[in-house]
Design a protein around this ligand. Structure first.
Ligand code: NG1
Ligand code: ZN
Length: 541
C-alpha cells in the first residue's frame, strides 16, 4: 500500500507546530481564538485530502470562518461533495489528526485512518476552499495550502466567500455534466442562478419598499453588493453595517434587539445577516416603538404556509410538506405549524446536520433553527413531480412555475442568508405583506436564554432531542417541579456544543414569569451538586 512521504510531512508540519491545547471538531467544525488554529487548519488540509481520496477524488470544500463569533476567533469546516456538512463519523478522525502531539503521531494517525477506512492513497485528491473577511483568514489559508501539499491534493482558492457560496460551489463541481448539475461553480454562477429564479418569483408584482439590510460588517456585505447588478430592478435594498475593513466591528449585534448603531423606524422592514451570511433574521418596529423580531421560526412558518398553498394551487396532491425544528423553537410556532397549518413537525437535537438529515425525510422539508439558520429541501421525487407537472389551468401553470423557481432560489446544500432573504421577499411580494402582517400568524411566547458556567459541562447528558436531562441524576425532576408552577412554562437545559457553558432555555406566558423561570432554573443548575463555576451570578434566583 502506498504510504505518506514522511520527509515531506515532517518539513511541512514543522512549519505548523501544534500548541499544547486539545481540539475538538464539533457541530461548527473547529472554532476558537485564531492564533491557536494554525496547526489545526494545516491538519484539516490533510483531512480534506484523505476525504477526497476516500470518495474517489470527489471535490471536498473547506471553509475558514467563525460565523457569528467575535473577530479574534476563527474556525474551519469541511464540506462534503454535495455541499452537506462532513459526514459525522469523520469528526472523530478530524479530532484525532488535530490532537496528534508530534509529527510521528500525526504520521501514525494518518496511517490509522488509511488502514481502518481503507483509503487508497494513489487516488487523486481535489479540494476547494474559501474564507470570510476575518483578518486572520489569509495566514490560515497559507496553513491549509501547506496541509494540502502533504498528500499532493489539487486545489482551488475561491478567495473571500460566504459560507453557503462555498457549499454551492462544491456541489456544482461534483455534479457538473450530470442530470443533477447544480449550476456554474463560481460566485457569479451563484448570483445568476438566484437572481434568475427570484425575478420569476416576483414577476408582475408591485415592488415592496426597500429592505434595510444589516450585514454585521461581515462577508455578506461585499458579496451582496456583488450580486446587486444581477437583480436589476427586481429588488431594492439599503445596505448598512458594511464595513469589512475594521475587523473590530464584525458581529457586534446583540440578541433580540436591533443592531448597534441602527436606528429603526415604524413602517420599515429590516433584516440582519450573521458574519458569514448563513443566518438571517428579520425585524421591524411596531407603532408603539417595540422591537419585533421575526426569527427562524417565523421564517419557517411563513415558508411552510406559502409552499403548502403553492402546492395546492399547482394542483399537485402527492407532495408532503414537513417542518423540522429544535427544542429552541418557540412553543407558539410549533402550535401554529401543527394546529393551524396542520403540517407534521419534528424536533431534533441542535446542529444543522440533525435538521438537514431529518428534513430529507419529507418531500419538501423546511428546517430552521430559531437563530435564523435554515433552508427548504426538495427531494428528488418532489422535483420530478414539480418538473413533470403541466397544470390544467393558467393559475396552475403559474404556481408550477413558482415552485420550480423556488427550488432554484433556495440553497439545497445548507442554510443560506441570501437564499432565505429571497424566499421571504418572494412571499412578502407575492402577498403584498408588511412584516407586521407576516408577524400576525402567531404571537411568540416570551422566551429567555441563560448561560450557566459550570465546572464540567460533559456531566450533562440529554435525551428526547435535548429536551430532558438524564444526568446529573435527579436534576430533571427538580426542573420539572419548577416548570409546573408556570403557566405555559417550558424549560430545558443542555450543554452547549460550541461554548464552555450549559444553556438554559425558558418560555412562559408573560415576560416576568419567563425571566423568573429562566433565572430559577439557572440558579438550580448552578447550585446542583455544586456544578457551577466561579461566583454565582447575581440574577440567579
Ligand atoms: P450551541 O453552542 O451548541 O448551543 C450554537 C447555537 C446552535 C448552532 C450552533 C452552531 C443556539 C442556542 N445554539 O450551538 O443553534 O447555530 O451554535 O453555530 O442558538
Ligand atoms: Zn454563520
Amino acid at each position: 500500500m502506498a504510504s505518506v512521504n514522511i520527509d515531506n510531512l515532517n518539513s511541512l508540519s514543522n512549519l505548523h507546530p501544534k500548541p499544547e491545547n486539545t481540539f475538538a471538531y464539533g457541530t461548527a467544525g473547529f472554532r476558537m481564538k485564531a492564533e491557536l488554529l494554525d496547526s489545526v487548519i494545516f491538519r484539516t488540509g490533510i483531512l480534506a485530502s484523505l476525504r477526497s481520496k476516500k470518495l474517489d477524488g470527489k471535490v471536498i470544500g473547506v471553509m475558514i470562518t467563525a460565523s457569528h463569533n467575535p473577530a479574534a476567533d476563527n474556525g474551519v469546516k469541511v464540506v462534503d461533495p454535495l455541499g452537506e456538512m462532513m459526514e459525522g463519523a469523520w469528526e472523530s478522525h478530524a479530532t484525532a489528526l488535530a490532537n496528534a502531539p508530534s509529527n510521528e503521531h500525526l504520521f501514525d494517525a494518518i496511517h490509522t485512518m488509511v488502514s481502518t477506512l481503507k483509503i487508497d492513497l494513489t487516488k487523486p485528491a481535489n479540494v476547494v476552499f474559501g474564507r470570510d473577511t476575518r483578518p486572520s483568514g489569509e495566514a490560515l489559508v497559507a496553513a491549509l495550502v501547506d496541509g494540502l501539499k502533504v498528500l499532493g491534493a489539487q486545489s482551488t482558492d475561491y478567495g473571500i466567500l460566504t459560507t453557503p457560496q462555498l457549499h454551492y460551489i462544491t456541489r456544482c463541481l461534483n455534479t457538473a455534466g450530470t442530470p443533477e448539475a447544480y449550476g456554474e461553480p463560481s460566485a457569479e454562477g451563484y448570483y445568476k442562478k438566484l437572481a434568475a429564479a427570484f425575478k420569476i418569483l416576483v414577476e408582475g408584482k408591485p415592488r415592496l419598499s426597500p429592505l434595510i439590510l444589516d450585514c454585521a460588517n461581515g462577508v455578506g456585505a461585499p458579496k451582496f453588493k456583488e450580486m446587486l447588478p444581477y437583480l436589476g430592478d427586481s429588488f431594492s435594498v439599503k445596505i448598512v453595517n458594511d464595513d469589512v475593513e475594521d475587523a473590530s466591528k464584525l458581529n457586534l449585534n446583540t440578541q433580540q434587539r436591533a443592531p448597534i448603531g441602527l436606528k429603526t423606524a415604524a413602517g420599515e422592514r429590516y433584516a440582519s445577516f450573521d458574519g458569514d451570511a448563513d443566518r438571517i433574521v428579520y425585524y421591524y418596529q411596531d407603532e408603539d416603538n417595540t422591537f419585533k423580531l421575526l426569527d427562524g421560526d417565523k421564517i419557517a412558518g411563513l415558508a411552510a404556509m406559502y409552499i403548502i398553498d403553492l402546492v395546492k394551487s399547482a394542483g399537485i396532491d402527492d407532495i408532503s410538506v414537513g417542518v423540522v425544528q429544535t427544542a429552541y423553537a418557540n412553543g407558539a410556532s410549533t402550535q401554529y405549524l401543527r394546529n393551524t397549518l396542520n403540517v407534521p413537525v419534528s424536533c431534533v437535537p441542535t446542529g444543522v446536520k440533525h435538521l438537514h438529515h431529518e428534513a430529507l425525510k419529507y418531500d419538501v422539508g423546511v428546517y430552521f433553527e430559531a437563530n435564523g439558520h435554515g433552508t427548504v429541501l426538495f427531494s428528488p421525487s418532489a422535483l420530478k413531480t414539480i418538473y413533470a407537472a403541466e397544470g390544467s389551468s393558467p393559475a396552475q401553470a403559474v404556481a408550477i412555475r413558482s415552485l420550480r423557481a423556488l427550488s432554484e432560489v433556495i440553497n439545497q446544500t445548507v442554510g443560506d442568508a441570501f437564499s432565505d432573504l429571497f424566499l421571504v421577499e418572494t412571499i412578502l411580494t407575492q402577498r403584498q405583506w408588511s412584516p407586521k402582517v407576516w408577524d400576525q400568524a402567531y404571537t411568540d411566547l416570551p422566551n429567555r436564554l441563560v448561560k450557566v458556567v459550570v465546572q464540567d459541562r460533559s456531566i450533562f447528558k440529554t435525551v428526547d432531542a435535548e429536551r430532558k436531562l438524564t444526568e446529573p441524576a435527579g436534576l430533571q425532576d427538580a426542573i420539572d417541579a419548577i416548570v409546573l408552577k408556570f403557566s405555559h412554562g417550558r424549560s430545558f437545559v443542555r450543554p452547549s456544543g460550541t461554548e464552555d457553558v450549559v444553556r438554559v432555555y425558558a418560555e412562559a406566558a408573560t415576560r416576568p414569569e419567563t425571566d423568573e423561570l429562566a433565572f430559577r432554573i439557572g440558579g438550580l443548575v448552578f447550585d446542583y451538586n455544586s456544578c457551577g463555576s466561579g461566583a454565582r451570578p447575581r440574577e440567579f434566583i
